[in-house]
Structure formats: C-alpha cells, structure tokens
Design a protein around this ligand. Structure first.
Ligand code: SME
Length: 160
C-alpha cells in the first residue's frame, strides 16, 4: 500500500510533477492496463484536491466504456461525440468546462458535479481512453490543471 498525501500549499505545477512521478513509479514495468488505470485513478483522487469523481473511460469501437475510477458509481457507456467525455474522445482535444450546466449535452453522472476536465489519452493519433475529473466547485480547473493531466495522459498512453 502506498500513501500519497496532497499538500494543499503545493503550487499546482509541483503537485502535478509529484503526481506524474508517482504514476510513473507505480506503473513502470506493469503490463496490465486495468491495474495501471486503477492506480492512476487512485493517485489523482489522493493528490488532486476538490474532486468528486476521477477516472477513466476506454474507447471500445464507437463507445466510451467506464474504466477504473474513484467516486460514485457512474454512467457505463457514453457514445463517441456525446457529453464532455465523448467530445474529448471525438475531437482528440482536452475539454475544460467551467460550468457543466452550460455545456450542451453534458451527461450528469453525479448531480454534485459543477465543473469538469476531460483529457484524451492518445496513441498514434487515436484516442485510447479519456481521463475525466469532476468537481463540485464551479470553474475548479485552470490551464495548470489541464497541462498536468495532459502530461499524465501522455504517460498513461505508454502504460495501457
Ligand atoms: N460528465 C461526463 C460523464 C461522465 S461522469 O462525469 C463520470 C460527460 O458529460 O461526458
């Protein structure tokens, strides 16, 4: 068991450097994608403050299917192009949504969610999965959060 504690005083770039280093250490040499996604979801949950959901959806054909996560049970299947997750996977671009109620087609898995950050995990120009972070705080995610999770997604792409 590994205990990683979030230091609320840590500047975000340092927090995300710690997250990346911990994810690298935990997944190095482990070929099982589910195990690696499970540990990365748990690390995000432990180290990134202010979340009510953190985890993965994996692209299976034209559908995103729920993967390892932390938080309340969530929607299992999201068609490509729908919701924040499906938009990130279809456009291959991160979606940073300050107010989920203002996002057309947002899929409310947890009514407490107010803002959301979804980053695609890319390999060879295609989406393998997305990393989804939800927060009960409006406008919780900024460009530093996006850059940190994009760096994590680049690592995850080599470990799943
Ligand atoms: N809100 C997401 C659905 C997934 S849950 O937030 C865990 C969306 O609109 O795609």
């Amino acid at each position: 068991m590994h205990a990683f504690a979030a230091d609320p005083a840590l500047p975000k770039p340092e927090l995300y450097r710690e997250l990346l280093a911990a994810a690298d250490a935990l997944t190095a040499g482990e070929p099982d994608a589910v195990a690696n996604m499970a540990n990365v979801a748990a690390l995000i949950w432990q180290l990134v403050p202010g979340l009510n959901w953190a985890g993965f959806y994996r692209l299976q054909g034209e559908t995103l299917v729920l993967g390892p996560f932390q938080g309340k049970p969530a929607c299992i299947r999201i068609p490509l192009g729908q919701g924040v997750c499906g938009t990130a996977a279809a456009t291959l671009t991160s979606q940073r949504v300050a107010d989920v109620h203002a996002f057309p087609g947002h899929i409310a898995c947890d009514a407490a969610s107010r803002s959301e950050l979804v980053v695609p995990v890319l390999r060879g120009g295609e989406a393998l999965a997305v990393i989804d972070l939800d927060s009960p705080t409006p406008d919780r995610f900024d460009a530093e959060d996006q850059a940190g999770i994009e760096a994590l997604a680049a690592l995850v792409s080599t470990r799943i």
